[in-house]
Design a protein around this ligand. Sequence first.
Ligand SMILES: O=C(O)CCC(=O)C(=O)O
Length: 207
Amino acid sequence: MQPTLLPTERALVLLDDGPRGCRVSVTQDYLPPPVADALFASLHAEAPFETEAPVLFGQARVVRRRTCSFGEPGVRYRYSGLVREAHPWHPALVPLLGPLQESTGTRFNYALCQVYPDGAAGIGWHADDERDLDPEAPIASLSLGAARDFQLRLGRSGGAVVDVRLAHGSLLLMGGRTQQHYQHRLPPRARCTTARVNLTFRCLKVY
Ligand SMILES: O=C(O)CCC(=O)C(=O)O
């Protein structure tokens, strides 16, 4: 099914830090519900998710979320002591790439795909500022399945300055220098009992 993407004028600005050149916005109804439902079902059932053991504070720890990645041939992403080589774009993602490029002005060559089986799974504070990433390009984060809270903080300590619930089919855009100045996380939420799939579309350097 060809997706009909809603225009990004519907985006709500969550952070507009002019002096640092950071901007974050969200379009909660980016994907029409039938498109979001079909994409969630395909990826949840078919994406080649692997268990992950990122190195945190010098120790490899198995985490509850599972991860895989899609993208152009030869693109890979190194983070937290792991290397993720891109699988070819999943067929369900291919129709999204053009509209996503049009609505973000960015040609993404990679997407990290994560499944959070339930609210016990999350991801801690981090910046996505690894050297494999093009620092000038935004990161576009598509949420599917269970709605979850997403937070941003300035720097590497302190409380959240943005706390937003990301709906099924929403698109969050972190642009400008956001990754250089802010960290983000997905905190665990005990009351959430269903799965969520997240895709972060990124521009990776090709060596
Ligand atoms: O699942 C999310 O919304 C956050 C994912 C994330 O932080 C990441 O991929 O770097």
